[in-house]
Design a protein around this ligand. Structure first.
Ligand code: GEK
Length: 244
């Protein structure tokens, strides 16, 4: 699936499962972890060059919020640099950004990419035609989500877009449970054991807070986005396109 070290963080029994954090251990296995854990992740990243081609406006900025190791940043880097755009990647994990900077330096696009370590909730945004927030809003406190989206909407130029990928829940309890089961089956098929699946679930409890699509749609509209649509969904993971 990919050539990075295999994620075995939860493979052995932990006496106590600590809350999940994006530390050095996670960084070292992150590409393997996210692609084996998030259905649709590979597709969500693969769509980005075409989305950038469609929406990125010359001489503007692209924000990659919760950039981790820069998968989204690097996916749009070629289109961005051909349109004289800067990419600003923001993440509050210093360990992630340190490794991300190494990958950016090897990419050939370093001059177009700036990495900032900090909380994306307190960051300031301007002159953007594209903001990408792939699987990161789910880690922001629910009560801070609207203000963050309002700030991004304000920073976008007319016609600018937000690409938002999230884990979601479903209003129907049976469908919701089925999706949880299917997500676990996806992880099992990708080699995770029952122990790994249950310890990871415990680690993410109260840290990753998913919401229903309808909550995202309403909030995006409340933040001022004029059009909101799902452009990709695999089980309980969904990518939304919001146009200013
Ligand atoms: C990808 N987008 O590969 N401020 C800044 N960064 C944050 C915050 C915050 N408040 N909260 C979490 N993060 C990436 C994957 S991972 C998703 C994104 C996952 C950062 C956190 O440090 C981590 O790097 C990232 O958001 C979420 O397309 O691991 O499920």
């Amino acid at each position: 699936m990919n050539s990075t070290p295999r994620d075995t963080i939860y493979a052995s029994q932990h006496d106590k499962v600590d809350g999940f954090s994006f530390d050095k251990r996670v960084v070292s296995v992150f590409p393997d972890m996210i692609s084996r854990s998030v259905p649709g992740y590979v597709t969500a990243i693969a769509m980005l060059p075409s989305l950038a081609d469609l929406y990125l406006q010359r001489d503007t900025q692209v924000y990659d919020l919760g950039c981790s190791l820069g998968a989204s940043t690097l996916a749009v880097a070629q289109v961005a640099s051909s349109r004289n755009c800067n990419i600003v990647g923001i993440d509050n994990s210093a360990a992630m950004l340190e490794k991300c900077q190494q990958l950016v330096d090897q990419s050939g696009f370093a001059s177009a990419i700036e990495l900032r370590c900090g909380d994306l909730v307190n960051a300031s945004y301007e002159n953007a035609s594209m903001a990408i927030m792939n699987y990161t809003l789910q880690f922001v406190a629910v009560e801070q989500r609207l203000e963050l989206l309002k700030g991004l909407q304000k920073a976008l130029l007319p016609g600018g877009v937000l690409i938002l990928s999230e884990k979601i829940t479903f209003p129907d309890p049976q469908i919701n449970q089925d999706m949880i089961n299917l997500h676990q089956a996806f992880k099992r098929e990708n080699g995770y054991s029952e122990l790994e699946i249950s310890q990871k679930r415990a680690a993410l409890e109260n840290i990753l807070i998913p919401e229903q699509y309808s909550a995202h749609q309403e909030r995006l509209q409340q933040a001022g986005f004029s059009r909101v649509e799902v452009i990709c969904q695999t089980l309980n993971f969904c990518t939304m396109l919001a146009i200013k």
